[in-house]
Ligand binder design. Structure first.
Ligand code: NAD
Length: 541
């Protein structure tokens, strides 16, 4: 399948215009329109309305995205419910096999997937690469651990030998997934794959800016053999479709901002359905006095500027031990200034574009505010319209104080603030300041000490001598946020059990839980009390 630019396309750097590209003969497409239409045909939509999307790389039109109404959402759920009935009766072995097929397909078609991610999000190819890789790892992990997580398990019965208890993992039904734009292919799938494996169907709403990546995910699932109707995609503004989706979901999985997460949690509470919320962060790195500074500088560059800082687990605050501050700063600044910023979808760029004008405005406002209030720019600090409409340089700030917007608020862009610390307790307390708690990183050669320090950090993941990849790619470990960074976990056992109801089934043999053999209630109570004491002495749980 071709994702080549249309021959008539130009890299003119033009800004996204209001024109409808489908009906504008002068519009030059960044992607083959036939390829785009094969994807957009997958949206459940009867409205006849479409909205244009544009690539942040050049501003050229990408696609006309059909829009879904509340009635379309209802139809998507009806399809999902029908498909789920049959799907929940398929064997775990069959579902695991389809996941492994998806794993192969995603790796076989990774160039196409990366092309699309780059065009839609503007990120550098090396950051787009992480997305199909993470999806493949997730598919493999859940396929290989399906029985461990989902097989019926024996538990301890109340009367030894006479109460047989087992616990089934029953699928919830239809899972709603509302996803953001920053890792549009990855986040379209990684939360959905365990939901499917557990026997659920999915209705998903990708972000309006990155619908094509979400639709390519749907196409790959079908190509891997997942049945029609099991994975349904709707399109439209979150504030309009969010309600209809939550109204019909049996569980809701949301990734996005803390503000939207709170709205969604309230709606889920109203229906008493469960939800997982993967939200924002203001993630800290600690560089201890015994850190390998070259390694820490490499990690800091990746942690701060992957996907132009538009990564939930990326770092925006760095606390560096006094003894090594100046040496570390020199290395970090040097490596940041050496980064290659190139527009386009080819390899060779160290950082791509921000996704939108709104992201550029936020980043610009945070840096300008800090500078106006006295912060120093050590690297970057300005937009690069010469590279593309939304490019901004990788930026390191020093001297950031609590009155500056970027001190405690998530920038979600390529901006990190450097702070000096004198003792580790103080560094931990500053790292823990604020309401977020998603990801942290510690650099130290003494990994035992670093692991002890990690326990004091209020974040759902802590990476030692790595920025974020060690926890994010270790699929057997849970990933998610403490405090205002979220609720629930993706990955591991936690990431699949959120999509099941644990059902206990007990078979009681011989005796019953009421007086037998003509016993009075009082004698029965005495026998039960004596039995309870005996079992406790024998070490029963
Ligand atoms: P956002 O909350 O505005 O949008 C995310 C999704 O929610 C989109 O699909 C959007 O259409 C939808 N949405 C918006 N308003 C809605 C509403 N009222 N009801 C239902 N759905 C609604 O988030 P954003 O600003 O586009 O994304 C960036 C944020 O996401 C950052 O804060 C980032 O930290 C966070 N994020 C977190 C993770 C994580 O795993 N913790 C991953 C990626 C992004």
């Amino acid at each position: 399948m071709s994702v080549q630019p249309d021959p008539s396309s130009s890299s003119s750097g033009q800004q996204a215009g209001p024109a409808d590209p489908e009906h504008d003969p002068t519009a030059s497409y960044a992607l083959d329109p036939a390829y785009v239409r094969s994807l957009t045909a997958r949206v459940v939509s009867t409205t006849g309305e479409s909205v244009p999307t544009y690539t942040p790389i050049t501003g050229q039109p990408l696609a006309m995205i059909p829009q879904s109404s509340a009635a379309d959402v209802k139809e998507a759920f009806a399809r999902a419910r029908r498909a789920q009935q049959a799907w929940s009766r398929t064997s775990l072995a069959h579902r695991s096999q389809l996941l492994l097929r998806l794993h192969d397909l995603v790796l076989d078609r990774q160039a196409e997937i990366m092309d699309l991610i780059c065009w839609e999000s503007g990120k550098a190819r090396k950051h787009a690469y992480d997305e199909p890789l993470h999806v493949a790892l997730t598919a493999r992990y859940y396929a290989r651990t399906a029985h461990q997580h989902l097989d019926t398990q024996r538990r301890v019965g109340v009367v030894p030998g006479l109460t047989r208890v087992e616990v089934n993992q029953v699928p919830k039904g239809v899972v709603g997934i509302i996803a953001p734009w920053n890792y549009p292919f990855d986040l379209a799938l990684i939360d959905g794959l365990p939901a499917l494996l557990a026997g659920n169907a999915v209705v998903t709403k990708p972000d309006a800016q990155t619908m094509l990546s979400g639709l390519l995910a749907a196409e790959l699932l079908e190509a891997a053999g997942f049945p029609e109707g099991l994975w349904n995609v709707v399109a439209g503004p979150g504030r309009e479709l969010g309600g209809p989706i939550i109204e019909r979901s049996d569980y809701l999985c949301f990734t996005g901002s803390t503000a939207t997460g709170k709205l969604i949690a309230a709606q889920c509470a109203d229906r008493l359905i469960g939800c997982s919320l993967e939200l924002g962060g203001k993630n800290p790195i600690l560089v201890l006095r015994d850190a390998d500074l070259d390694r820490a500088a490499e990690g800091a560059v990746r942690a701060s500027f992957s996907s132009a800082g538009q990564l939930c687990v990326s770092m925006e605050r760095m606390f560096v031990a006094d003894q090594v501050y100046d040496r570390f700063k020199a290395k970090f600044v040097e490596q940041t200034k050496a980064m290659a910023l190139r527009p386009g979808i080819e390899w060779g760029s160290d950082m791509g574009s921000l996704i939108s004008q709104s992201q550029l405005d936020t980043v610009t406002a945070h840096v300008d505010d800090a500078v106006a209030k006295g912060a120093t720019v050590l690297a970057g600090g300005k937009a690069r319209p010469d590279l593309g409409p939304y490019f901004y340089e990788p930026t390191i700030l020093e001297g950031v104080t609590p009155d500056m917007t970027c001190f405690g608020n998530e920038t979600f862009g390529p901006v990190i603030s450097l702070y000096r610390f004198h003792d580790e307790a103080d560094a931990v307390s500053r790292a823990n300041a604020g309401e977020y708690g998603l990801n942290a990183s510690i650099y130290s050669k003494d990994t035992k000490r670093a692991r002890l320090l990690a326990r004091q950090i209020k974040c759902g993941t802590v990476n030692i001598n790595e920025a974020f990849g060690a926890t994010f790619a270790s699929l057997d470990s849970p990933m998610g946020g403490m405090r205002e960074s979220g609720m629930g976990r993706r990955q591991g056992a936690e990431g699949i059990h959120r999509y099941t109801e644990s059902q206990a089934v007990a078979v009681q043999k011989l005796i019953r839980f009421s007086p037998m053999f003509g016993m009075s209630d009082e004698t029965f109570a005495k026998v039960m009390t004596a039995q309870t004491r005996l079992m406790t002495k024998l070490g029963r749980v």
